[in-house]
Every structure is written in structure tokens, then in C-alpha cells.
Design a protein around this ligand. Structure first.
Ligand code: F6P
Length: 341
């Protein structure tokens, strides 16, 4: 049996931990061989691949990024993409695929399974917005990095009597903003699921200053002011139709300065949240996902994604996992509101 492995979409700490677990268990327990496809779905389309053996996965548990590299290639947007994948898999003797990715990569995995190609999915995204799993790996690392940044911003904001806005990732879901904001004691948290009133933010900021304390505002990149529009870095769309968000932090900092007369600055955390070594939690979750993905392949159970439910790893249908995004329920946001202002 030969199994292909690929990583697609935005990278995320823990990808290498999954690859290591898959290859170790696949070889040591089942005696399988592995092909690592390069650059997400681009690999199975072009045939760019390399054999993956035990030596290739030595020392990668703690390494960030992905040894297989990644891309946002969508085979369904490439002329004859699916047929090319079929041919490459046949030519390279690959019997099944393990695809590690978020909603886009796994959406493709679902369609390929419907088209007769056996795929098992492993959920990754720092945004934690994949449905049907309690957590995705990478999220805990991103929250830890954002929390450390907030801790550091508190002390410098206080010294200068400034309001500091920190923009974190989260295109459609505010999980990173909510968790890092709660962990870091933010004065205001703003997320895509709840459009915010700038007047209300200004009130919270002023109340914070009255308490002789410098306000820290955590804003997800996809957060929107009431009646406003998403702030875009460019109008360009990727192969899955996503625009590049960015700019809400600087816009809000300017609004706060103009309306309160207090100095306000923005920090955009960006890809720092995705780089570097995973936390212990993410290493364990990624490893367990990898081990269970191998079990699914061994059972011939394709069209599924491994998922975390409580403390158990279970299998869910890829169709369920990709049907909709897991956004932050409003009652979870409201829990945090007591700390605002
Ligand atoms: O999909 C995860 C994510 O981290 C989003 O929050 C963010 O909008 C996007 O990736 C940015 O990724 P890139 O800069 O690689 O396009």
C-alpha cells in the first residue's frame, strides 16, 4: 500500500507533527510506503512529489511550517485538474491520500472522494473555524503568541498613556481574538461575528483611561464596524475566492485618536501567529490526528476527517466538516463583555 500525504492552504504550527505521526505509524505498524506531494493540491496535479521515509520525518515534531510546503491550489479551478490527479496517482502507484488542511483543502478532499479518489482529511487552521471538531491544531499556538503580544503591549501602553489596538488573524471567525483577548485581559474584543459600534468602542476606551489604565483593543482582521465594509489589503482573490483582509486595526486606531484626543497606535500581528514551533497542546493534538488518520486509511474509511470531540479523536464526514464554518456563538462573546471598558 502506498499513501500520499499533502498539506494545503495557509501553513500552521503542527503540520510536521501530523506528517511524522502518519509516516511513523504507517511504516512501523502497517509496512506502508509514503509519497509526500509538494505544495498542497498542486503536487498531485503536477506529480511533484518525493518519497517519505522514517529518516525524512526525524526531528520535525517541533518544527513550524511544513516540510511538504503548501499552496492554495484548487484542482477544480485547473483545466482537467481532477483527471490530472487521477493520472498522477495511478502513475505513482498511490492508493489513498491523507490531506491536511482547512475548509478549502478539505472541501476539495470531499469533492475528490465523491469523484472516486480515496481521501482522509486532517483538520488544521489557526483560525479554529472548521466545523465538526472542537479544536484544530495551530489554534493554541496562535492564541499563545497573541496573548504574549498583548501582555507586552499592556506595559508599553501604560507607560505612554496610549490606546493600543492589536489586529489578529480571523477572516470569518473571532476565536483567536476572543481567546487571546480573554487570556490577555483586553479592554475590548472585536470579531467578525458581531458588527461593532465605534461609539461604543470609544466609550469603553474612555472608561478605561478614566481608571488610569491604558486600553488594549483586540480586533480580528475580519471584524466590521456597523454599516461599514471589510478592510482589504488588495481586491485580488485566491483560487478559493478569498480576498486579502487587513487594515481594520490601523483604521480603528485612527478613529479612536480622532474621537478621544488620546494617542492610539495599531499593531498588526500577521503571520507571526502562524510561524515557529507548536505548543505542547498542538503537538499532541496534531500527533493524535495523524495516528487516527492512518487508522481510517487502514479501514478504507474515506471521505472522513479525524476530529476532536471532548478528549476523544473521532471520524466525521468531510461533508459535515465543510458544510459551514464554526463561528463564535454570540453567547460566548457576551461572556467576555463584562471585562470591556
Ligand atoms: O486561513 C487562515 C488565515 O490565517 C486567515 O486568518 C488569514 O486571513 C489567512 O490565513 C491569511 O493567509 P495568507 O496571508 O497566507 O493568504
Amino acid at each position: 500500500m502506498r499513501v500520499g500525504v499533502l498539506t494545503g492552504g495557509g501553513d500552521c504550527p503542527g503540520l510536521n507533527a501530523v506528517i511524522r505521526a502518519v509516516v511513523r505509524k504507517g511504516i512501523e505498524v502497517h509496512g506502508w510506503e509514503f509519497t509526500g506531494f509538494r505544495n498542497g493540491w498542486q503536487g498531485p496535479i503536477t506529480g511533484e512529489s518525493k518519497p517519505l521515509g522514517l529518516a525524512d520525518v526525524e526531528d520535525i515534531l517541533t518544527r513550524g511550517g511544513t516540510i511538504l510546503r503548501s499552496s492554495r491550489t484548487n484542482p477544480y479551478q485547473v483545466d482537467g485538474g481532477v483527471e490530472k490527479i487521477r493520472t498522477v496517482l495511478e502513475d505513482q502507484g498511490v492508493d489513498a491520500l491523507i490531506a491536511i488542511g482547512g475548509e478549502d483543502t478539505l472541501g476539495v478532499a470531499k469533492r475528490l472522494t465523491d469523484d472516486g479518489i480515496g481521501v482522509v482529511g486532517v483538520p488544521k487552521t489557526i483560525d479554529n473555524d472548521l466545523n465538526a471538531t472542537d479544536y484544530t491544531f495551530g489554534f493554541d499556538t496562535a492564541v499563545s503568541i497573541a496573548t504574549e503580544a498583548i501582555d507586552r503591549l499592556h506595559t508599553t501602553a501604560e507607560s505612554h498613556h496610549r490606546a493600543l489596538v492589536i489586529e489578529v488573524m480571523g477572516r470569518h471567525a473571532g476565536w483567536i481574538a476572543l481567546h487571546s483577548g480573554l487570556a490577555g485581559g483586553a479592554s475590548v474584543i472585536l470579531m467578525p461575528e458581531r458588527h461593532f459600534s465605534v461609539d461604543q468602542v470609544v466609550q469603553w476606551v474612555e472608561r478605561r483611561f478614566e481608571k488610569e489604565y491604558a486600553p488594549i483593543i483586540v480586533v480580528a482582521e475580519g471584524a466590521l464596524p456597523e454599516g461599514g465594509e471589510e478592510k482589504l489589503l488588495t481586491g485580488e482573490k485566491d483560487a478559493f475566492g478569498h480576498v486579502r483582509l487587513g487594515g481594520i486595526g490601523n483604521w480603528l486606531a485612527d478613529e479612536i485618536s480622532a474621537r478621544t484626543g488620546k494617542e492610539s497606535r495599531a499593531v498588526v500581528l500577521g503571520h507571526v501567529q502562524r510561524g515557529g514551533t507548536p505548543t505542547a497542546y498542538d503537538r499532541v493534538l496534531a500527533t493524535r490526528f495523524g495516528l487516527h488518520a492512518v487508522d481510517a486509511v487502514a479501514d478504507g474509511d474515506f471521505g472522513v476527517m479525524v476530529a476532536l470531540k471532548g478528549t476523544d479523536i473521532v471520524r466525521v464526514k468531510l461533508s459535515e466538516a465543510t458544510a459551514e464554518l464554526k463561528t463564535v456563538p454570540l453567547e460566548r462573546y457576551e461572556e467576555a463583555e463584562v471585562f470591556f471598558g
